[in-house]
Write a protein of this length. Structure first.
Ligand SMILES: *Cc1c(COP(=O)(O)O)cnc(C)c1O
Length: 386
């Protein structure tokens, strides 16, 4: 095996990142504040809101996880509260609930978007209320870049007057009915970890509806210092601001975000093409034109019965021998040992997706030659189509 490794999703620099980082060094803004932090926030605000009638503000933070934590703090989630959360997601969606001593209650997915199922969401809310506790918040995720059923989820949330926290960590550049993901609720979060559609090497953002809410979030993210010549604190604070160095990388990345979305979507088209002739493999795609996914990762489900017995692990292991990375979907939170005592509302959709689903290499920087290797690798596994 001579070949370089093909990753699921690797960093893809645009070319101007180092210029912004160098400026930070030249001006000695080597700190968790500075012109790149402000510039990066402006870039994201413009990207999300400039073509919209909506308004909002962006606070750049040290991670998407930190942003979720702050969102829950801002909503007043406290020890003993319950927070509803999509089960099929990365653990970072749910962990901040536990940081606050609150209890997660997990909800199943629906088949069209793989995200929060409105039916089970409603059932869970009614049941939790009947059991004596109204949930404090709903964490909904645009998984793999696919928008969740925004209208349906928001309708239920407003019916019961429960705020939604929108986890758009994987969905920068995705839209629902023409509006950008990250703009549908009181608080939304983004991630710029190394494997996301753009990266700051590590970082995240909290999106708020108002500049005042952003100001409060930044106050909490910088140790909650009261106005005083000495250090004085009336609230518990956090050290969650993004470094001005990292933000410099982010400014460079924001110059190419549209290109990155296009390239990821082309990878999705590549798989739609490849699997169109192969029985038993479904490429997950937008249910209709309301949903526009950045296709951060391309996802397939494999039906062993129809592929002549070849399942998701067979394909994954086969690709591994060819030095091609692929990965099962997120293991649902209600199946995770750490959350084994949490309540769950659902009927096996997320579990089934986990059993049969596979994420395929989806980077925006895959060469023609690498795509050929992926294609040949997949075809040589699903043998009869060789
Ligand atoms: C990456 C990710 C996060 C966390 O973001 P970090 O920046 O890595 O802390 C949260 N939710 C989802 C769905 C993610 O994919």
């Amino acid at each position: 095996m001579n070949k370089d490794k093909i990753w699921l999703s690797s960093p893809h620099m645009g070319g101007t990142e180092q210029k912004f980082v160098n400026e930070a060094f030249e001006q000695n803004w080597v700190a968790p504040l500075g012109p790149n932090v402000n510039g990066f926030e402006n870039d994201i605000e413009k990207f999300l809101f400039s073509k919209s009638s909506k308004e909002g503000a962006v606070a750049a933070l040290s991670s998407g996880t930190a942003a979720l934590h702050l969102a829950l703090v801002m909503l007043g989630v406290k020890a003993g509260d319950e927070v509803l959360c999509q089960s099929m997601t990365f653990a970072a969606s749910a962990n901040p609930i536990a940081y606050l001593g609150a209890t997660p209650v997990f909800i199943d997915s629906e088949e069209e978007t793989l995200n929060l199922c409105p039916k089970h969401l409603k059932r869970a809310i009614e049941d939790r209320i009947a059991k004596g506790k109204k949930p404090k918040a709903i964490i909904a995720v645009h998984l793999y870049g696919m928008p969740y059923q925004v209208d349906k989820v928001n309708k239920i949330a407003s019916e019961f007057d429960i705020p939604v926290v929108e986890d758009a960590a994987e969905a920068l550049g995705s839209t629902y009915k023409g509006e950008k993901c990250g703009t549908f609720s009181e608080y939304a979060i983004l991630s710029f970890n190394g494997n996301k559609i753009i990266t700051t090497s590590g970082g995240g953002a909290l999106i708020t509806k108002t500049p005042a809410a952003k100001e409060k979030a930044v106050f909490l993210a910088t140790q909650a210092r009261d106005t005083a010549p000495h250090y004085q604190h009336s609230e518990i604070g956090y050290n969650y601001r993004l470094s001005n160095i990292s933000a410099g990388i982010g400014r460079g990345q924001m110059q190419v975000i549209d290109k990155r979305v296009r390239a990821r979507r082309e990878m999705h088209d590549f798989y739609v093409d490849l699997f169109s002739e192969i029985e038993g493999v479904k490429v997950h795609s937008a249910p209709n034109n309301d949903f526009f996914s950045n296709h951060w990762l391309s996802v397939v489900s494999i039906d062993k019965e129809k592929t002549g017995g070849i399942g998701r692990e067979d394909l994954r292991l086969h690709l591994e021998t060819l030095n091609i990375e692929s990965r099962p979907l997120w293991k649902p939170m209600h199946l995770q040992p750490v959350f084994r005592n949490a309540a769950f509302y659902g009927d096996g959709i997320a579990e089934n997706l986990f059993e049969n689903g596979l994420c395929l290499p989806s980077g925006s920087n895959l060469s023609q030659e690498q795509k050929e290797r992926i294609k040949n690798g997949i075809l040589s596994c699903l043998k009869e189509y060789k």
